[in-house]
Structures are given as C-alpha cells and as structure tokens.
Design a protein around this ligand. Structure first.
Ligand code: SF4
Ligand code: SF4
Length: 376
C-alpha cells in the first residue's frame, strides 16, 4: 500500500478506512454486521491500510464501538484512529468531557491519533465556539489523549479560510472528488489548505457511491479509456493524485469495494493528462443527467415524519442518471423504500433544511418527487 509522510515521520496509508457505511445486518437498520465488518478490517490491515476514521454519530453511535472491537486485537502502534466531536450535540461545556471519555471507552483506546471537530459549517462553528471545543481539544492534546487536531468541513471556501487562519490545525478533512472539484469548490479548498501547508484528508472521494456508477454513457467513456479499471478507481485515483492529500477515506460497505480500492492504491499511478481529459468528458455527460447533489451523508436524518431523505433522492437521481426514463422501474425501486419513508410524508416542517452540507432545499425537492411519483 502506498503511504504518505505525515508529521514526526508517521507514514499514513493512502487508503483510509471510513466507518460511515459499514455492512449492516439488514437494509432497514444501522446495526452493523460485525462478522462482515471484522473481515473487512482484517483484510485492509493485511494489505497495509493503517488509517481508520470513525465518528460519534456514525451508525447511530455504533461505528465507534465496532471499530474499537475490530482493532482491539492489533497493537496500538500499528494503526491510526480518528474520531470526531459533534458540536451540535453539545448543550453545556461538561458534555465535551462526557462525550470524549465515552469515545475512548467505546473505541477501547487511551488516546486518539487524529481528532476532529465534526462537520464544521457556519452553524456548527457557532456551537463549537460557544462551548470552546477547540480549547477542550488542545487541553486533551496536552494531556496526551489526542495526537493531532483537525476538523471536517462542509461549507464555503471563505469560511474555511477564516477557520484555518484563526486556529492552529494539524490537518483538515474536506469533501473532494472530481465532481465536487468545481461544484462544491473543492479546488479552492485544496488551494487554501495547500498554500498553508495543512495536509488534507479526503472524504467522499466517490461521492457516496455516485462516482462508482455514474450514468451508462459516462461509464462507457471511462471503460473505453481503460477497459480493466473499475469506475470507482478513477475517482480514487483523482483524489490520490493530488500531492497534498494525506489519505483518501473510503466508506466501504463490502469486500468487493475494499479489494477494488486496495488494488487501485497498491499499484497507484497518478492520473496523466489524457486521463484527466477522460474524466472531464465523463463528468460533462453525467452532469447533463444530474438532478440532486445528494452524497448520502445522512446528516439530515432522522426526519420527524419518517421520510428517508437520501434514499428518496437516490432513487430519483438514478432514474435520471440511467437515462432510460423507465418510470415503471423507478416506481418499483421507489416502492422498496417503504410507504412510510417516501416523499409524500414530508410535512414541509423545514427541520432538515440547515442540516444538509450540500445546501439542498430538501422540502422543496420532496414536494417535487412526491408529485413525480404520483403522476401516471
Ligand atoms: S421538511 Fe420534510 S423531509 Fe425535511 S425534516 Fe421536515 S418532514 Fe422531513
Ligand atoms: S439530503 Fe443532504 S444531508 Fe441529506 S443525505 Fe443528502 S446530502 Fe446528506
């Protein structure tokens, strides 16, 4: 596995193991399939992956417990573990200590290698400042409970610039992939961090799986350019080709995905000029069928009316991206979401509005999809 050099001579694997989309025991639950997950972790470690990323919120709190268990048989100095503090869950300063000690316990460790303020945006930054999260993390760092401090970011480059200039950071985690390079201005974010010599951890390199499937026409372009390569491998290589990227986090859900990613980064070959052009071509074709920029991050969940927001968007996007405009197929797949989880249950309450890092007007889209699904 290719590695990148971090501070103090630490070598970080270019593929990072994300725990946001671990295998589940069934479609309708966030409960993790421990056996399948453990096999994935073991395989990743056997192939040189040493960076594991989790969060207090993933799998409704279950991801930290899982990864703590899965890594407990390995020596503590053989892996790097990252987790995050969710500022929107803090109601008083004492909550910080409570959450942090809970995390250490769940993850079965005495310290975290990497620790992040989770999902920094305009709103969460206010909470983080109000409850002095940064000062708390600095204190934990001086106690040896945290080695490196960073944050994950979901907002405009101007805010990123402000945050990196106001505090001292060891690293920053951003959403970066070839679609968001311009859509979400990831190119500008990359530039801001690189100019300040702050290493970048990439999240959503495959944009929640979207860049693994694209549309038929877009996939054809990539397949023709490199017949043996998976569609996802182009996205992983795009992120890994950037020199200031420390590790590319992939939230893998099965062995097939992990094997594919490992193969891509074991024999890593940065993209060349003609390959960048191929990506540009595929993106142009794909974007022509793009409807809603949902990355399936689930920050908008749980909806008080039971709507499964990312699933609804996913079915709708796939209908347009496939390009076959097969309404019967859309309806059959949409039905699988479950009656009580569909768009028509949206009461337009607006609770989800401020939670979406992609800035999607969720209630408006729900209205649109509910109408679309009921049309003959
Ligand atoms: S606006 Fe609709 S989708 Fe959003 S939380 Fe309210 S009911 Fe759920
Ligand atoms: S609608 Fe927004 S918050 Fe919800 S899953 Fe999609 S990208 Fe994430």
């Amino acid at each position: 596995m290719e590695t990148r050099l971090f501070k103090n001579g630490k070598q970080i694997s270019l593929l990072g193991f994300g725990t946001m989309r671990l295998p589940r025991i069934s479609e309708d639950t966030q409960e993790i399939d421990y056996k399948a997950g453990q096999e994935m972790v073991d395989f990743a470690i056997s192939r040189g992956v040493n960076y594991f990323d989790t969060a207090y919120m993933y799998h409704e709190g279950g991801a930290e417990t899982f990864i703590g268990e899965a890594l407990s048989k390995y020596p503590r100095d053989s892996f790097f573990l990252a987790t995050k503090m969710p500022p929107w869950k803090i109601n008083r300063e004492e909550d910080l200590e409570q959450i942090f000690s809970d995390q250490l316990k769940k993850c079965k460790v005495d310290f975290f290698d990497f620790y992040l303020i989770h999902n920094v945006n305009r709103e969460h930054l206010k909470d983080a400042e109000k409850f002095k999260v940064y000062d708390f993390l600095k204190k934990k760092q001086s106690e040896g409970k945290i080695k490196y401090i960073g944050f994950s970011f979901h907002d405009e480059p101007e805010l990123l610039e402000k945050v990196v200039d106001e505090y001292d950071w060891d690293f920053v985690q951003i959403q970066l992939n070839y679609l968001d390079w311009t859509i979400q201005k990831a190119n500008r974010q990359y530039e801001i961090l690189t100019k300040r010599n702050i290493p970048i951890i990439v999240m959503e390199p495959v944009r929640g799986g979207t860049l693994a499937t694209l549309s038929e026409k877009a996939v054809d372009i990539l397949k023709e350019a490199e017949p043996g390569a998976s569609t996802a491998s182009w996205a992983i290589r795009f992120a890994a080709s950037l020199p200031n990227v420390l590790t590319v986090l992939s939230g893998m859900s099965d062995m097939e995905q992990i094997k594919d990613n490992i193969q891509t980064l074991e024999n890593f070959k940065p993209l060349d000029e003609s390959e960048y052009q191929m990506i540009e071509k595929a993106v142009a074709v794909y974007r022509s069928s793009f409807k809603i920029p949902c990355t399936y991050c689930r920050y908008c969940m749980e909806c008080p009316s039971g709507v499964h927001i990312p699933k609804v968007f996913d079915k709708y996007n796939q209908y347009f991206a496939r390009g076959d405009f097969d309404k019967a197929r859309f309806l059959a797949e949409y039905k699988q979401i479950g009656e009580e989880r569909q768009a028509y249950n949206c009461t337009q309450c607006g609770v989800c509005l401020s939670k979406c890092p992609q800035g999607i007007n969720i209630p408006e889209k729900m209205k649109e999809i509910a109408a679309f699904a009921s049309e003959k």
